[in-house]
Design a protein around this ligand. Structure first.
Ligand SMILES: C[S@@+](CC[C@H](N)C(=O)[O-])C[C@H]1O[C@@H](n2cnc3c(N)ncnc32)[C@H](O)[C@@H]1O
Length: 205
């Protein structure tokens, strides 16, 4: 679920979202995600669920990219920015059609904290089916921790997503689908210019 009123309605405009991301330090964040977690290789097949305007694709070359998002506005923006560098479609994470298409990486960056628990599990099941042998699922979301500053907690509480969880909350959902041994998590305090805490999960089959 995503709040779409007040200041947070403004953030759903692609231009405003992109500007806000720049203020937060999006370039460095995307470079860290690419280099340390996506670890791209030539020809890598990437399925990006909840891709927004597909900012992640700006940092990727020589990959096959399919991005889907609930928002027609974000998908229109992604097409305008990237043209045929990727394929883009308006689709909800809840109702991604079954397909035989396989990927090396299914990513959901900034999505789980918008979704209810059952939607996360459905997303993980869809993602698992879409993985080719050796493939991974990568997620990235804001997370509550005991160690984080009051400022970080404050910013997290203002997120548009209504399901920011603690680490256990995210990990237990992923483990339901991938099993305990196949979910690796990383907590990061250094991804944005403002105090914030993120969790990245890498799930394998
Ligand atoms: C915080 S943005 C992240 C965008 C992009 N992945 C990034 O990292 O910049 C969350 C995105 O999830 C999309 N979204 C929210 N609920 C969704 C759903 N049920 N299915 C697909 N996309 C969804 C929103 O439209 C928004 O583009």
């Amino acid at each position: 679920m995503q709040i779409e009123s007040g200041i947070r309605a403004v953030l759903s405009q692609p231009m405003v979202y992109a500007t806000w991301q720049t203020v937060l330090g999006a370039k460095r964040k995307h470079q860290i995600i690419r280099d340390e977690y996506i670890r791209p290789f030539k020809g890598m097949r990437i399925f990006d669920i909840g891709c927004g305007p597909a900012q992640a694709l700006e940092y990727l070359d020589d990959v096959t990219y399919l991005g889907v998002d609930l928002s027609a506005e974000y998908i229109a923006k992604a097409k305008e920015i990237h043209g045929d560098k990727g394929e883009f479609a308006v689709e909800s994470a809840d109702s991604i059609a079954d397909s035989d298409r396989k990927f090396d990486l299914v990513m959901a960056l900034g999505l789980l904290h918008h979704l209810e628990d059952e939607q996360c599990i459905a997303l993980f099941e869809t993602a698992k089916k879409a993985l080719d042998k050796g493939g991974r699922v990568l997620t990235f979301d804001g997370v509550y921790t005991d160690e984080q500053s009051k400022a970080a907690k404050y910013f997290l509480s203002k997120d548009r997503g209504q399901n920011v969880r603690d680490a256990k909350g995210y990990i237990s959902l992923a483990e339901k689908v991938f099993g305990e041994d196949n979910v690796k998590s990383h907590i990061r305090y250094d991804m944005t210019r403002i105090p914030y805490t993120h969790i990245l999960m890498e799930c394998s089959i």
